[in-house]
Design a protein around this ligand. Structure first.
Ligand SMILES: NC(=O)c1ccc[n+]([C@@H]2O[C@H](COP(=O)([O-])OP(=O)(O)OC[C@H]3O[C@@H](n4cnc5c(N)ncnc54)[C@H](O)[C@@H]3O)[C@@H](O)[C@H]2O)c1
Length: 338
């Protein structure tokens, strides 16, 4: 069965391509390489022994999207990762984010709704919950007003899919709300390749550990948490990738209860910034140069998932520990800098 993975050369997409291929799916990737390189194809091929099909294409080009589905009428499912994801940049360039994250979604759905049956997985984010009132966060927690244009594109994206599913019963869709993906494939053939200054904690830590950055700033140690630093739910990217395969299978097997469903994808465990730093020090055997500085505007105190719905309904559970994920991130950092 042929599966289209948009943004399949990116961080989460590439790991998902590997898991799809391992399960016997044929994969075709669309990516415009705005935040990835074609070399990722070599990494995927080294792991699975099978080179996925690849079309370098910008999903903002509607004519190209139409032409793609004409040429690949046998696509049985779509996993849609392609998007811009830097929160800070989205504040500076809101229209870029609304265009890239929403028009691409609309163009894909326009094609899928013309099919007799279509299966669609969407990359959403725990950012839709903002600072939730209760921990752990269930899927029923209210969606809070978005803190950034990026976050807003995830909320609007979910609404676009929900509204479309309401009138198109042939469209079967799942939004996965990721918590904090980290790590790399254990082979270190693929991993996260942040351009410029990393936006996320873990690549910043590993880049500091390898000497690429002088010091990690810990933004605030006066939050109402045990050690005063912010808490997030860090999930190994391979566990996250597996969740996509399981969700897609649920749709393909017709096991979904509604034609639009939403699942949290996290570990269910919150880790503080200090715990993540200690994990790095444990697995690397080196001390990290860090300094506590003032709080950063817009940071929420804590966010971690209630994953019981995904555990029970999808039969999926995160298997890796924070140290496992950190070990893979460190191995990857060492490989790309060697
Ligand atoms: N990484 C995270 O922390 C995180 C958390 C929650 C949700 N998400 C979402 O998951 C998805 C994947 O994230 P990621 O971390 O793998 O990001 P990424 O930037 O590594 O991957 C996205 C890929 O999409 C491609 N792309 C972007 N715009 C495109 C376009 N118009 N046409 C074709 N290709 C395009 C990029 O080149 C890149 O390879 C995104 O939708 C992101 O918003 C990520």
């Amino acid at each position: 069965m042929k599966i289209l993975v948009t943004g399949g050369l990116g961080f989460i997409g590439s790991h998902t391509v590997v898991e799809l291929q391992k399960e016997g799916y044929e994969v075709v990737i669309i990516d415009n390489c705005s935040n990835a390189s074609e070399e990722v194809l070599e990494g995927i091929t080294a792991i699975t022994g099978k080179r996925p099909l690849f079309e370098k294409m910008d999903l903002r080009d509607k004519a190209d999207v139409i032409s793609f589905f004409d040429r690949h009428s046998d696509v049985a499912g779509v996993i849609h990762f392609a998007a811009s994801k830097a929160v800070g940049e989205s504040v500076e360039k809101p229209l870029l984010y609304y265009e890239n994250n929403l028009t691409t979604l609309v163009y894909l759905l326009q094609q899928l709704t013309q099919k007799k049956k279509a299966h669609f997985i969407f990359s959403s984010s725990c950012t839709v919950y903002g600072q939730a009132d209760e921990m752990p966060i269930t899927e029923n927690a209210p969606v809070k007003p978005a803190e950034s244009p990026y976050g807003n594109t995830k909320q609007i994206g979910e609404e676009i899919i929900r509204d479309t599913c309401r009138v198109c019963p042939q469209l079967q869709a799942i939004s996965l709300r990721y918590f904090n993906p980290m790590g790399a494939h254990p082979s270190a053939e693929i991993g996260e390749l942040p351009l410029g200054v990393p936006q996320n904690l873990v690549p910043f830590i590993t880049q500091t550990g390898i000497g690429l950055r002088e010091q990690l700033s810990v933004f605030g140690d006066d939050y109402p948490t045990e050690d005063g630093t912010c808490i997030r739910d860090y999930i190994h990217v391979v566990d996250l990738a597996r969740a996509h395969v399981v969700a897609l299978k649920r749709l393909m097997d017709g096991k979904n209860e509604e034609n639009y469903e939403v699942f949290n994808v996290g570990t269910g465990t919150g880790s503080s910034v200090m715990e993540v730093i200690h994990s790095f020090e444990r697995v690397s055997g080196t001390k990290l140069n860090y300094k506590v500085v003032g709080r950063r505007a817009g940071d929420i105190t804590q966010a971690y998932a209630d994953t019981s719905l995904a555990n029970r309904v999808l039969g999926w559970k995160a298997e890796s520990t924070l140290d496992d994920a950190m070990r893979s991130a460190w191995k990857w950092e060492q490989k790309i800098r060697s």
